[in-house]
Design a protein around this ligand. Structure first.
Ligand code: FES
Length: 162
């Protein structure tokens, strides 16, 4: 039997604390995954076996949920996180071109969400509840509605110089 991979103690501590707090909840997997990501910024793949064991699930089940939801990250995010809504209303009002603009400016292509310098992540999201004020983005947790190419550039100017 192979030895499980070692991981930094802080990751073990975080996962243990989240499991102690949430593993007993009905449908605990999503609350646990949210807790781990909230604490670490992502869900390290090496934590999947421990989460699966604690919740009496298979590793494939846990991994399947992590990869199904765009919200969950398997790698650390950049220092700044830009999320661009790609749901219907925002798509109809220019979100795809905003996403392309951000990716081109920051050097993130569709497969690589992290800029080369690690300064920014660009992530798609699917409805932020601001459909009446589309297109909408979130930068570092702050919502911005009625986004335009000019306003997006101004926002990224601030985070690029920070
Ligand atoms: S579709 Fe973008 S906020 Fe709802």
């Amino acid at each position: 039997m192979s030895k499980p991979p070692t991981q930094p103690p802080e990751i073990n501590t975080v996962v243990a604390a989240v499991l102690a707090e949430r593993a007993h909840l009905p449908g605990a997997l999503l609350p646990v995954l949210h807790g781990v990501q909230d604490a670490l910024g992502y869900i390290p793949p090496e934590t999947v076996p421990e989460i699966a064991r604690a919740l009496n699930l298979s590793r494939a089940e846990v991994h399947g949920v992590i990869t199904y939801y765009h919200h969950f990250r398997e790698k650390p995010a950049g220092r700044n996180v830009l999320q661009v809504c790609r749901a219907e209303s925002c798509r109809a009002t220019g979100a795809e071109s905003l996403l392309a603009q951000a990716r081109a400016r920051l050097g993130c292509d569709g497969a690589q969400h992290l800029s080369a310098d690690g300064g920014h992540s660009v992530e798609p999201v699917y409805c932020l509840g601001l459909c009446a004020s589309s297109p909408a983005v979130v930068l570092n947790g702050q919502l911005h509605a009625r986004m335009t190419p000019q306003r997006l550039n101004a926002l990224l100017d601030k985070t690029s110089s920070a």
